[in-house]
Write a protein that binds this ligand. Sequence first.
Ligand SMILES: [Zn+2]
Ligand SMILES: [Zn+2]
Length: 341
Amino acid sequence: MMGDTMKAIIYKSGGRFAVSEVPKPQIKKPSDVLIKVEVASICGSDLQILKASAGYPAKEGVVLGHEYVGIIEDVGESVMGFETGDRVVIEPDVSCGVCRQCRAGRQNLCDNVRETGVFSDGGFAQYSVMPFKAVHKVSNALDPEIAVWAEPLACSINGMHKANINVGETVVVLGAGPIGLLFIRAIKSAGAGKIIVSECMEARKEIARESGAIVIDPRNTDINVFVREQTSNYGADVVIDCVGSLLSDAVKCVRKGGKIVIFGINANAECIVKPVDIVFNELTIVGNYIAKHTFPDAINMLEKGIMEVGDMITHRFPLVDFKQALDVLYAGEAIKVLVKP
Ligand SMILES: [Zn+2]
Ligand SMILES: [Zn+2]
């Protein structure tokens, strides 16, 4: 019967997926909301999940997708503050609220986290059911293609808090995918003196330059040598690794007493770092995992147009053409790819 099923991208083991017809999710708990998905976007972590040797583990049979926006179609009886017709974005990592990490204010490190689109059903689908505490209202006037950036932007804002950039500083960003580009723009507006970016893909290099960065291609330029040249041998004040496998480079190009933020996720990466370099140079190395209380700020920036994101959308595909959407990313032609159910 029409309406009882929906199209969704289902994760299969070994980095495979299927475009499937699955039962439409139902409100099961009084705290659930049913969302009709308008737009979803493909994240670097989705690409890691969809590798034969996954750089990011996921559960077989799950509906993929954690960056999405939609309209609430129905609400459970204990839902507060949301009603049918509201446009919402999803905060995909749903914390339990009661474990020791949550009670200490580190909800992003929750021991019982529900990772939407990874271990529980996500938004590469026509519908999604989420607990109301995991959704954030956005203005119905905000274009859903812009609203869908709330999740990556919220994660980058958490990274910006860690990086704590001061006016005039030199910052190196390794990797200029959507996250790297969000960092470049945020770093620029934080008043950085110089932003040096390492990236291979042409389209991404171009937009990084337009955003105010000096861009090198790591295939023909040694980032460490270049950063030393650019800083009279001083090194970068802050290095942000948006790839997740470049700690060795980061340690080489950061200044004495400088800071490295590791943001990218690659479970297969192993890096050779000499601990003595961290000791002699008093380096601070911090990891950044997802968003932490940063969704409201991200939404505010998107609603007010403070962070421009629309120019980074290079492709749009119907959900059923998910394979083509991945192919443009693998081919290195795309920056941000949206899918629409
Ligand atoms: Zn993401
Ligand atoms: Zn918890």
